[in-house]
Design a binder for this molecule. Structure first.
Ligand code: GDP
Length: 140
């Protein structure tokens, strides 16, 4: 399997509860390497642009407000099959459906406040990495 890069976001519910280190440990234990990382506080406009593909969904306004409510940690993770591997480590969107040992099973508060975001395809990963980072900031 090829080495890939994917975009991860440690979401407001998790940064607020001081879970950044515990979540990064899950990525590293799964063989994913953090090759870029920064803590930022998104504006509602930035969060809205990032999640533009969800504009038509009923929860879009809530999602944007939540993502702009507290700081987030945005990271690029690199590894073999990193996009799918990160989604595995994250677990299902709804923590009630997530497998044991996943980040969302252990830490998520609800389907909305679910602690992490991860790119879902190579095209999304490319767009999302470029949304937050310049090439100079990716240090593999
Ligand atoms: P993901 O790829 O597993 O993050 O899931 P989706 O792409 O389906 O949804 C994107 C994000 O929108 C989720 O991670 C949640 O934070 C949020 N979300 C999903 N469903 C709901 C919902 O029913 N209500 C609210 N408020 N947010 C939701």
């Amino acid at each position: 399997m090829a080495t890939e890069r994917t975009l991860s976001i440690i979401k407001p519910d998790a940064t607020k509860r001081n879970l950044t280190g515990k979540i990064v440990a899950k990525f590293e234990d799964a063989g994913l390497r953090v090759i870029a990382s920064k803590r930022i506080h998104l504006t509602a406009a930035q969060a809205g642009e990032f999640y533009a593909e969800h504009k038509e969904r009923g929860f879009y306004g809530e999602l944007v407000a939540y993502m702009a409510s507290e700081p987030v940690v945005v990271q690029v993770l690199e590894g073999e099959g990193a996009i799918a591997k990160n989604r595995e480590v994250m677990g299902a969107t709804d923590p009630a459906q997530a497998d044991a040992g996943t980040i969302r099973k252990e830490f998520a508060l609800s389907k909305a406040e679910n602690s992490v975001h991860g790119s879902d395809s190579p095209a999304s990963a490319a767009r999302e990495i470029a949304f937050f980072f310049s090439g100079l900031e990716l240090v593999g």
